[in-house]
Design a protein around this ligand. Structure first.
Ligand code: NI
Length: 225
């Protein structure tokens, strides 16, 4: 499931983040991938230990936690602190699959189930730079307004097209979900969305309570902590 989260950040938040990021020291993005990834990855990244990364990353996670679609769609268990990247001057990242198991700052490991990219440049600021996600239904090009995010399964092949004008700045990170299987997360998301819509309508209270029970009991069946 490819899910667009509109308006994760307010325009003022995007401007403040961009001011910090535009003044930051960037490094070669090859530093956080293995040799196979290094052959196709041509971008800049905020260094892992950069002080801006921790502060802005916390702001990104807090903004997503407040977004009404994030929790129902992701059912997050743990997340890698967000990273920030910058593509310019033909920068691109050819088709690849992200790492399946990643080290958290506390030394524990997490499985990547859901990938998230938060756009910090508006589509008018650069040419190219589309995120292309390939799934069983074909390839999908994603280029969103600044402050919007896209969620996609970490199992997907994906790439970032060359940026031929301007700069594309984004935050990205991975989440381990309580529910590992994408098809189950999608069913739970659709059920949750329906329950929320029924709650806003004058639906029968007893039936709604039963349906809410079904949601939680399915989640209990499928959740792994
Ligand atoms: Ni990737």
């Amino acid at each position: 499931m490819l899910l667009h989260l509109p308006g994760v950040l307010e325009p003022a938040q995007v401007r403040a983040m961009r001011a910090t990021l535009d003044a930051a020291q960037w490094t070669d993005g090859k530093q956080t991938v293995g040799p196979q990834g290094a052959r196709v990855k041509h971008n800049l990244q905020l260094p892992e230990a950069a002080p801006e990364r921790r502060e802005l990353g916390a702001q990104v996670l807090a903004a997503l936690a407040r977004h009404p679609l994030y929790h129902p769609a992701v059912l997050p268990l743990r997340a890698l602190p967000p990273r920030f990247n910058r593509y310019e001057g033909g920068g691109h990242y050819g088709f690849h699959v992200d790492g399946s198991v990643m080290a958290l700052p506390n030394g524990e490991q997490m499985r990547s189930d859901v990938s998230c990219t938060l756009f910090l440049s508006g589509p008018d600021e650069y040419d190219g730079g589309e995120l292309v996600v390939a799934d069983t239904y074909g390839e999908h090009e994603v280029k969103l307004p600044a402050g919007d995010a896209i969620l996609y399964p970490s199992t997907s092949l994906h790439q970032v097209n060359p940026v031929t004008r301007g700069a594309r700045v984004a935050a990205f990170f991975w989440i381990q979900s309580l529910v590992r299987e994408e098809r189950r997360r999608r069913l739970l998301f659709e059920l949750d969305t329906s329950i929320q819509a029924l709650t806003r309508s004058a639906a029968d209270g007893a039936a709604l309570l039963q349906l809410t029970g079904v949601y939680h009991n399915l989640l209990r069946e499928w959740a792994q902590t």
